[in-house]
Ligand binder design. Structure first.
Ligand code: SAM
Length: 455
């Protein structure tokens, strides 16, 4: 019996897949369903049919799982931001651990890997320190901000977002109110590429209560920008600065290359533990500040430093792991490709009076093999790559010199598992500790300790 787009069928949901959809089977075909809970019997409408799989949307939950909860957010069913809000938090953590274990077995081919229980976040809501709201006009012509609807480019208007920090929500609302006082301002349209205002980017220092607002525009001319910035800063005294970023590109990338200060300054401050950070708008900073401290404490614990070691922090961003480890190491060398982040890293070392770190601008694929070829012998390498994981040449260069320990911080279990498979001959996986940096979403962050196999 085959199914087609538009058919209504009943299926039992078996598991949660990487991506947050539930997966069930209909006549041996895998069917992916958002908004489900494993164990539920659901009536679905088929929305897409491919050769090897199908997708469906829930029409009715026929047998409800006990862990299904009422999502706190009024748009959780349509906004693509949170995939797991309808599942009790403790259960989300169990699913994330299982997902991690399955991938390590299936892709890294580790036998019965011991994955620790996921370390829960201190706050499952209002934790994000960074938001990028696309702008649009509603049917009454008012400027609105929101998120893209799941699987589309339609904007879902938002009054406040349940996972963004309250200061971000307040800044977003006030900024919109003020922008709406200037009826001649135009809003960018993705299809026609006409219009000025594209995004509001808002970042906040959770431990300092500072906030930075960026108006992203398609062109240079932003009428009344000084007046707008002055008014927003008056309404939100926590604002460290209001910036304009110019992004004329026809792409999904939010920030363009050029940023100017309209009022205040171009960075904000935050803390992880005792280390203070100045963060500029182009630099990566972990989005869950309070949980980052716990993440880094696992890195410290796994690193087991005595104060003498040479450490390489590959993909160092603004030097946050480097500076967190510095007082426990002999020397730390950070590598990062974004020049503004390296500038921030240097500033942050000075801000904290740390003198045993140096930072190199460049791609890890180039700079790490260069360092190792020059004879640098790290005792520990910390990897914290973007979602795509490590390039093969990076893994080969490391295996060539075999440092005693590697601590791999990953935000993508699938690429982590792929990379661990390539290290397998030379490194044993000692500890796998998932840390919930992104409650209510499917994302899993994980710290893995590997130690050299003595042959
Ligand atoms: C997941 S972030 C980690 C940053 C930092 N360790 C932290 O905890 O804040 C990854 C970083 O790698 C940088 N990056 C991405 N690809 C890179 C590459 N090929 N070489 C060097 N840095 C890269 C990004 O700019 C980003 O700062």
């Amino acid at each position: 019996m085959s199914i087609n787009k538009g058919d209504i069928v009943e299926i039992e949901l078996a598991d949660l897949a990487n991506g947050g959809d539930c997966v069930g089977r209909y006549d041996d075909l895998a069917v992916f369903v958002p908004g489900g809970v494993p164990g539920e019997l659901v009536k679905i409408r088929i929305t897409e049919k491919k050769k090897n799989y199908a997708r469906g949307e829930i029409v009715e939950v026929l047998r409800r799982a006990p862990e299904r909860v009422e999502a706190e957010c009024p748009v959780s069913g349509i906004c693509g931001g949170c995939q797991l809000q309808h599942i009790a938090y403790e259960k989300q953590l169990e699913y994330k651990r299982k997902m991690m274990k399955d991938l390590l077995e299936r892709i890294a081919r580790l036998e019965d890997p011991e994955v620790q229980p996921v370390f829960p976040a201190p706050h499952p809501f209002f934790y994000r320190n960074k938001a990028q709201f696309p702008l649009a006009r509603d049917s009454e012509g008012k400027i609105i901000a929101g998120f893209y609807e799941r699987g589309s480019h339609e904007i879902v208007p938002l009054d406040s977002c349940q996972i963004q920090h309250p200061l971000i929500n307040r800044t977003m609302k006030k900024t919109l109110e003020i922008l709406n006082d200037y009826p001649t301002l135009t809003v960018y349209n993705e299809k026609t590429h006409k219009g000025l205002l594209r995004h509001l980017v808002i970042r906040t220092g959770v431990c300092t209560n500072q906030v930075l607002l960026v108006l992203v525009t398609s062109g240079k001319e932003l009428p009344n920008k000084e007046e707008i910035a002055e008014r927003v800063m008056k309404e939100i005294p926590e604002l460290a600065g209001v910036l304009q970023n110019i992004n004329p590109e026809r792409s999904n990338v939010v920030l363009g290359k050029e940023t100017g200060v309209i009022a205040g300054r171009d960075y904000y401050l935050d803390y992880i533990g005792n280390v203070r950070f100045a963060i500029s708008i182009n630099s990566f900073f972990q989005v869950n500040t309070l949980q980052t401290r716990n993440l880094y404490d696992f890195v410290v614990d796994f690193a087991g430093l005595t104060g003498k070691e040479t450490v390489i922090d590959a993909y160092c961003g603004i030097g946050s792991i480097s500076l967190y480890l510095a007082e426990r190491a002999g020397e730390v060398i950070g590598i990062e490709e974004v020049p503004a982040a390296i500038e921030d890293a240097g500033k942050n070392a000075r801000l904290n009076d740390i003198n045993n770190c140096r930072f190199i601008t460049g791609r890890v694929e180039d700079k790490l093999p260069e360092l190792l070829a020059e004879g640098k012998k790290p005792d520990l390498i910390v990897f914290d790559p973007p979602r795509k994981g490590l390039a093969r040449e990076v893994i080969e260069a490391v295996i060539g010199v075999k440092p005693e320990k590697i601590v791999y911080v990953s935000c993508n279990p699938a690429t982590l598992a792929r990379d661990l498979a390539l290290f397998k001959e030379d490194y044993d996986v000692r500890k796998v500790q998932p840390v919930d940096m992104f409650p209510n979403t499917y994302h899993v962050e994980c710290v893995t300790l590997m130690s050299r196999v003595e042959k």
